[in-house]
Design a protein around this ligand. Structure first.
Ligand code: GLC
Length: 481
């Protein structure tokens, strides 16, 4: 591959990225976007930097190349920082090594996450020094890397102040909030810089990135609007002040790996023309979850993190009601312990109607996308959401709430040419009504339902347009330099 000097250099900085590590949508998006840009935008040299987590190290150690090591200073700490690299699909990935911070079982959820990602954000500058790759644009994602645009305006203004920054909000709910006392000690910011990150008398890293980044994006146009008008989790006013630099770019999905025609994980591959074969996947899925194999029972699924904003509480309120209908229900996901327990209990109570797997498992997820009839996403808020798009690709009909990216990607079949069902009110009544309506339509599986499946499969959710929109954002930033 030629990485010529006159290409625009982009460094995406992210705490997770497929295929190496992902716990949710952000990792999928970071990986797919980099690949799509490398494929479609030869004028860009796209590289990615992420932490070297333990799971990744075990799997990829033989194929990664050591670039160098240095000491990263974080306030009074002097910390080891190893840098490794790997090239895949024409994208160079750099990995930041420090076993104390990243040699742990999971990517997040530790008492010192603030310190771990402050270290990572500082280490990004060491990666640039050791690799010799000084980008024109740094693209940071969510609170874990919020300090990168903040450091460019503060600690590294002299050396790296010329780099333009894009900050993408994948989920406004996670802001990186900390007590103001640790500003200097952990985040290596000075008391005079508190104003940049201060919100509600606390440190709020997301707020700092919103203020410091040159350009803000979020993952759907509707979410961009919602953030300024009641959906900003307290930061609405800050977002509104910075709205001049905000745009909403809808995510895509990786249509190559999510393809029912070729997906190796499927019991039987199918396309719009052989959609009858989807039922073989349904039977296999019912078997996998220990449910009676029945082609005629509507199989409703949830593949989600089990957290409140995904609308999981709504499902818990109405699951018993749902059980009165002639359906089966499957759930795959991990998250809040109470939700996990609830669904496990329900699976014990309704052994032949409910199947549950408390896991994050992309392989089972694909089997569900292929085997299910309906994908339920009643999110309270949903910046973009990927499962509804993947479901469509596999001819599985989404029932979604009208919010964020769900509103931008799903149109209601009751209004004409739709690819799913959409309801507005965040209530179990509205959800139940919609499921009941879907069940009525499902009774006509050979006619209306089949047409709906074909319509859903025909929608283009690939990355082409969105990757181009990001490429345009990078270019516009550099034009104004
Ligand atoms: C977050 C959001 C989800 C979005 C994903 C990728 O996980 O909750 O809606 O699709 O990021 O941007």
């Amino acid at each position: 591959m030629s990485k010529s000097k006159n290409k625009l250099k982009i460094l995406s900085v992210v705490s997770e990225v497929v295929p190496f590590i992902a716990t949710g949508g952000m990792g999928q998006v970071a990986g797919a976007l980099a690949t799509a840009l490398a494929e479609n935008s030869p004028e860009l040299d796209v590289r990615v930097v992420a932490p070297l987590y333990a799971q990744f190290r075990e799997k990829y150690e033989p194929s990664i190349r050591f670039v160098g090591e240095a000491v990263v200073k974080l306030a009074w700490r002097e910390l080891y920082c190893g840098v490794y690299e790997l090239e895949q699909n024409n994208v160079t990935y750099y990995f930041v090594d420090n076993r104390h911070y990243f040699g742990r079982e999971a990517a997040y959820g530790y008492y010192d996450d603030g310190e771990r990602f402050a270290f990572f954000s500082k280490a990004v500058f060491t990666v640039m020094q050791l690799s010799g790759f000084t980008p024109d644009v740094i693209h940071a994602h969510d609170w874990q890397t919020a300090l990168v645009p903040i450091y460019i305006k503060t600690r590294f203004a002299q050396e790296f102040g010329g780099i333009r920054t894009v900050f993408t909000i994948h989920n406004m709910e996670y802001q990186g909030k900390y007590a103001s006392e640790i500003l200097t000690d952990v985040f290596d910011l000075w008391p005079t810089e508190m104003g940049l990150v201060e919100y509600d008398s606390c440190i709020n890293l997301l707020k700092g990135a919103i203020v410091c980044a040159d350009k803000l994006t979020t993952v759907s146009p509707t979410y961009a609007r919602e953030l300024q008008s009641g959906g900003g989790y307290g930061l609405d006013a800050i977002i509104a002040e910075n709205a001049y630099k905000l745009s909403g770019i809808i995510n895509g999905i990786d249509t190559k790996s999510y393809d029912p025609r070729t997906d190796q994980l499927l019991e039987k591959n199918y396309s719009e023309d052989t959609i009858e074969d989807k039922v073989f996947n349904k039977a296999k899925l019912q078997e996998l979850f220990g449910l009676p194999v029945s082609p005629r029972k509507m199989l409703i699924c949830v593949v989600s993190r089990l957290v409140s904003h995904k609308g999981i509480d709504l499902i818990t309120y109405m699951l018993s009601e749902l059980m009165k209908l002639d359906i089966q229900f499957l759930l795959l996901g991990t998250g809040d312990h109470d939700f996990e327990l609830f669904f496990e209990e329900m699976a014990l109570r309704y052994t032949d109607k409910i199947g549950v797997s408390i896991a994050y498992n992309p392989e089972i997820a694909n089997k569900i996308y292929a085997g299910a009839d309906v994908m339920l996403m009643p999110s309270r808020s949903e910046p973009c959401g990927l499962a509804q798009m993947i479901a469509c690709r596999y001819g599985t009909i989404p029932i979604v709430r009208k919010t964020g990216g769900l509103a931008d990607t799903i149109s209601d079949c009751r209004m004409g040419n739709g690819n799913g069902f959409i309801f507005d009110d965040y209530s179990s009544g509205a959800l139940l009504d919609t499921v009941t309506y879907a069940l009525d339509l499902y009774a006509n599986r050979e006619g209306d339902w089949k047409n709906l499946m074909i319509e859903a499969m025909r929608r283009d959710f690939g990355w082409d347009l969105s990757a181009k929109a990001y490429a345009d954002v990078y270019k516009a930033l550099c034009e104004n330099k």
